[in-house]
Design a protein around this ligand. Sequence first.
Ligand SMILES: Nc1ncnc2c1ncn2[C@@H]1O[C@H](COP(=O)(O)OP(=O)(O)OP(=O)(O)O)[C@@H](O)[C@H]1O
Length: 366
Amino acid sequence: MAEITLNALAHTYSDAPSKPEDYAIRQMQHVWHQGGAYALLGPSGCGKSTLLNIISGLLEPSDGEVLFDGKRVNELKPEERNIAQVFQFPVVYDTMSVYDNLAFPLRNIGVPEHKIRSKVLEVAEILELSDQLKRKAKGLSADQKQKVSMGRGLVRDDVSAILFDEPLTVIDPQLKWKLRRKLKQIHEQFNITMVYVTHDQLEASTFADKIAVMYQGQIVQFGTPRELFEHPAHTFVGYFIGSPGMNFLEAEVGEDALIFGEHTLNIDPKLLAALKAQNATSATVGIRPEFVHVWDGQNVDAFKVDVDFVEDLGTYKILTFTFAGVSMKARLSEDQKVPEGKAFVSFPEQWTKIYLNDYLVEVPHD
Ligand SMILES: Nc1ncnc2c1ncn2[C@@H]1O[C@H](COP(=O)(O)OP(=O)(O)OP(=O)(O)O)[C@@H](O)[C@H]1O
């Protein structure tokens, strides 16, 4: 069991790093609490695998520390860290039986055979591999092989965390949801810290209680799926989570409102004051398509915008419109009237987010 702390962690693959972009991990401060089910979500190349390899000890960080339960482990070898890692491609010994594959990590540390047997049978049962134990791993399907890979992490009582690096990549789509549910069940049974790496927001939110969104070597937000959806702390989170992602538009910071060309948008005076306190002359406004209010008819409180097109996606429609020269999207429910030519939209204050240099501007709590 372990709480994993990343303390001022940074990593570069470059011999002479000179700028932030030379770092695969940039000054990271983060805690994975004991027993949590976490996802590490981000696009290709943002540093997810680098981070997992640093935690498991396959890679030594250029700077900073990794702590397990408060103790520095930088100098420990992977086998001394008690971390199980499940990779994209299943790691199984093809010529061994499923039983021997599962028993392997325990035999390595000299556990007596009778204890091995009971543990292997228990884990095989959970993974629904009991009837496959005598088979050679070579003949297994990709999802069964991946289950064996996971099982090898689960047999050890001393495992403090399991790191999954895109474990469902090679699994058929119809089996993915089954394995994902299995993982969730295993997490509940074993009370092990699990970190699940993926670039798929659906996988992240069905597995994890909390998601760390990674972008350019940094964790830009750590929150529940709902927090990431409703209150993106960084423009990247707004863009990456949701389908379609958040609408963004640049505004001028005016005397008592935000200005988009000929339009003005009133915002909380405290937010405006926060922008002015940072001498901001412009800011980015973000609003999710789900929260854009599309009125049925003319409305004095709404902006009159040009309708570009409407896509019917079965249970809902996406309206694309142009506001202040920017193409934006709004989600319409199935029974909502579809505007033609012109539409009247408003941006409810509660869901209209203001960003400065990509980070959310918030009103300080009293
Ligand atoms: N061995 C290496 N040598 C040099 N650069 C590397 C190495 N491994 C990764 N990188 C670079 O470090 C950055 C982060 O890569 P990493 O593989 O950690 O990202 P990722 O988020 O896991 O991406 P993916 O989902 O594509 O695996 C990328 O710019 C990548 O090109």
